[in-house]
Design a protein around this ligand. Structure first.
Ligand code: UDX
Length: 436
């Protein structure tokens, strides 16, 4: 008999998981407390931008296997309940806010049928899964709880869900593992490595992976700082060390650093949890990772002041990119937007372009100026900042836009533009970690 699934929380993770699981042939009900979001999803529309997910959502709704609701009682037929709610940073500290995870489990508890399995996918501080399992044993002893961390990247959400580079399950017994193996059977059949762990290890795998990625980015950004001081070129350095397979060339792109809804908050929540556990010394280095990351934003502003003037009040700066990375409309903790806000606060006239992120950025910072058209954003600008590496920006013809701007100066905050091309068109070209 085919399993019936519920997905609790229809954000980025939840919608992707629900649509992907439906595409594997399961009946899936997605539940969320937000009626607007649910109405959009029922109509086949995504509340965010994610390449490929829009068509998958439409396709799966048509099969009749996938549905969305605000009525939590409709999870009652499900054999497995995937908890996909957010765990944002608390407003008054570094820790993760577990309100939504706790309330999701408490809300579905009365509807859990005999033998059903609750599977957490949200990123949580180690120890959360065991605490939730203990709680469930009291309020819904007929059900069990497991953890199955998610490693999807925005922009590659569907691919990362259907063809992940590994599946990690945190389980307390064989039965929970067997149920999860049944769900992921088509993914396992592709040769995907399957890792069974205990509950705490499965939670730690996720934050360890994100901390490692953050460390790699901050490492190369620290090298960029040294290159700037020593007259070196971090892009050449990254290429050279990346050929060593023990190091690898991915995630060594120096620039304005990491942002988004995961890396920054996961690193901070990991430190907060380690402190509670008395293991802070082991993660002391993550403080430095966070500091290097935030410093990269400041370094761009320093270059702007150096090439324009300490006083920015008379200058127009065009910013290319608002999202935390390309192929996403996510502006959470976006380095590009943070830099824009700081330049605006320093008195510069800032106009931001982004292919997908203008509306979410405007919602957060309504006082900034935005433009849907690159040419309008850069018109009469004294300087252009390239802060999110959308493909569109690499296609700009520097000679073609020369007559639009007041000053032919560009700072590449992502080390992705063709420096020779820009310079040969008469532009002053600056980048992080490259002194030449
Ligand atoms: C990340 C993890 O990659 C994913 O496995 C996890 O499930 C969620 O968090 P995501 O937030 O989508 O995914 O973004 P990612 O592609 O990891 O990029 C994070 C940030 O690092 C972006 O702001 C990106 O611009 C920056 N970055 C990435 C760099 O500055 N340099 C690099 O070399 C790589």
């Amino acid at each position: 008999m085919t399993l019936t699934l519920s997905v609790v929380g229809c954000g980025y993770l939840g919608v992707t998981h629900a649509a992907c699981m439906s595409s594997l042939g399961f009946t899936v009900v997605g539940v969320d407390i937000d009626p607007e979001k649910v109405a959009l999803l029922q109509a086949g529309k995504l509340p965010f931008y994610e390449p490929g997910l829009d068509t998958l959502l439409e396709q799966e709704l048509k099969t009749g296997r996938l549905s969305f609701t605000t009525d939590f009682s409709l999870v009652k037929d499900a054999d497995i309940h995937f908890v996909c709610v957010g765990t944002p940073q608390v407003t008054d500290g570094l820790a993760a806010d577990l309100t939504y995870v706790k309330s999701a489990v408490a809300t579905i508890a009365p509807y859990l049928k005999d033998g059903s399995l609750v599977v957490g996918k949200s990123t949580v501080p180690v120890g959360t899964a065991q605490a939730l399992r203990d709680e469930l044993a009291k309020i819904a002893p007929q059900a069990d709880l497991a953890w199955n961390p998610e490693f999807l990247r925005e922009g590659f959400a569907v691919e990362d869900t259907l063809t992940p580079n590994r599946l990690v399950v945190g389980v307390a017994n064989d039965r929970a593992e067997e149920i999860l193996k049944e769900v992921y059977e088509p993914v396992i059949a592709l040769g995907t490595p399957w890792i069974r762990a205990d509950l705490p290890t499965s939670e730690l795998v996720k934050v360890a992976a994100n901390s490692f990625l953050a460390t790699k980015i901050s490492f190369i950004n620290a090298m960029a700082e040294v290159c700037e001081a020593a007259g070196g070129d971090v892009t050449v350095l990254a290429k050279a060390i990346g050929y060593d397979p023990r190091i690898g060339n991915r995630f060594l792109q120096a620039g304005i650093g990491f942002g988004g809804g995961c890396l920054p908050k996961d690193v901070r929540a990991f430190m907060a949890r380690a402190e509670e556990l008395g293991a802070m010394q082991a993660l002391e280095f993550l403080r430095e990772i966070d500091a290097i990351n935030l410093r990269a934003r400041q370094r761009v502003i320093d270059i702007v002041r150096k090439v324009l003037s300490e006083d920015l009040t008379q200058y127009k700066i065009a910013v290319l990119g608002a999202t935390f990375k390309p192929d996403s409309d996510d502006v959470r903790d976006s380095p590009a937007l943070d830099i824009s806000v700081q330049l605006h606060a320093a008195g510069a006239e800032v106009v931001i372009h982004d292919p997908q992120g203008i509306e979410p950025a405007r919602k957060r910072f309504p006082n900034l100026k935005y433009s849907e058209v690159i040419e309008d954003a850069i018109k009469d600008a004294d300087l252009i900042l390239h802060l999110t590496e959308w493909k569109e920006y690499r296609q700009i013809d520097p000679a073609g836009i020369s007559s639009l701007v007041k000053g032919k100066i560009i700072i590449d905050g992502r080390n992705m533009l063709d420096r020779t091309l820009w310079r040969s068109a008469g532009w002053k070209f600056h980048a992080l970690g490259r002194t030449d």
